[in-house]
Design a protein around this ligand. Structure first.
Ligand SMILES: [Zn+2]
Length: 260
């Protein structure tokens, strides 16, 4: 196994530009009348699960790099040769595949992102149905007749537009020198997410998100050994800027102390 060179820590917040719906267990018992509820933490507050961010950004990166799906519709490299060339599998992992004779490490960690409580204002609450969320009626339309499909009316819970989730933390472990170049793929997938959607019902306008107050810290293996904070190497507003400034960010990541 290669030794850890250090970790890149991407911090910031995620703003729901439109209503955001990340589904919870659809028991329908928790809140009377809501058919599809949002995922909540132990305090009943909505959050963005790290797994949702991880899954969506992986999917978007696969599309951008035209990674071929297998018979189950998932992309997963199965040979050493493919893996070495695949930024997606090297960053997001190989989902426990054991076909490799070279080390395969998941380099990305997406932490759960809590809701920023102050982002739900009293004014918003006056127009909301529940303490943290609003409830919308959604139906399926029969395309032949243009009318509502019988029995398709559902009450759908979503976090209102304007809600902000944070602190967000994405951690990238770097093991090999050329791992630095993989970061570009991560940044691209984040930029794509801003022009796509998170959660459900994206084609109905839900889930438009924007990253905010982005901050990148590099903490080398040496920093961990000596208890140092690491160094703040970049700050910006939206994910597209990460892509644009990739070379600048890359130049500030010092993999070893001797390269100071
Ligand atoms: Zn792959």
């Amino acid at each position: 196994m290669p030794a850890l060179l250090g970790k890149l820590i991407i911090e910031g917040a995620i703003k729901a530009v439109t209503g955001l719906r990340i589904g919870g267990s659809s028991t329908g018992l928790k809140i009377g009348g809501v058919d599809l509820n949002v995922i909540t933490d132990a305090y009943g507050k909505p959050y963005i699960p790290g797994s949702s961010l991880k899954g969506k950004t992986r999917h978007l990166a696969e599309r951008l790099y035209n990674c071929l799906p297998d018979e189950k519709g998932l992309h997963l490299c199965k040979t050493n040769e493919n893996y070495k060339k695949c930024p997606v599998c090297r960053l997001w992992g190989t989902l426990g595949t054991t076909d490799f004779s070279i080390p395969t490490l998941t380099r990305l960690i997406f932490q759960d992102v809590p809701i920023h409580e102050d982002s739900i204002t009293e004014e918003m609450r006056r127009n909301m149905d529940l303490h943290w969320t609003e409830v919308k009626w959604e139906t399926a339309i029969d395309r032949r007749t243009g009318t509502v499909l019988h029995g398709s009316l559902r009450q759908v819970e979503r976090v209102p537009a304007g809600a902000v989730f944070g602190p967000m933390r994405i951690l990238v472990s770097l093991y090999e020198k050329d791992d630095v170049d993989l970061l570009k793929t991560l940044f691209e997938s984040m930029a794509l997410l801003e022009d796509d959607y998170l959660g459900g019902m994206g084609s109905r306008g839900y889930g438009q998100v924007q990253f905010q107050n982005l901050k990148i810290t590099w903490r080398s293996a040496e920093d961990y050994r000596t208890g140092k904070d690491g160094s703040l190497i970049w700050e910006g507003e939206i994910a597209k800027e990460l892509v644009k400034n990739f070379e600048d960010i890359k130049s500030k990541i010092r993999l070893r102390e001797e390269s100071l």
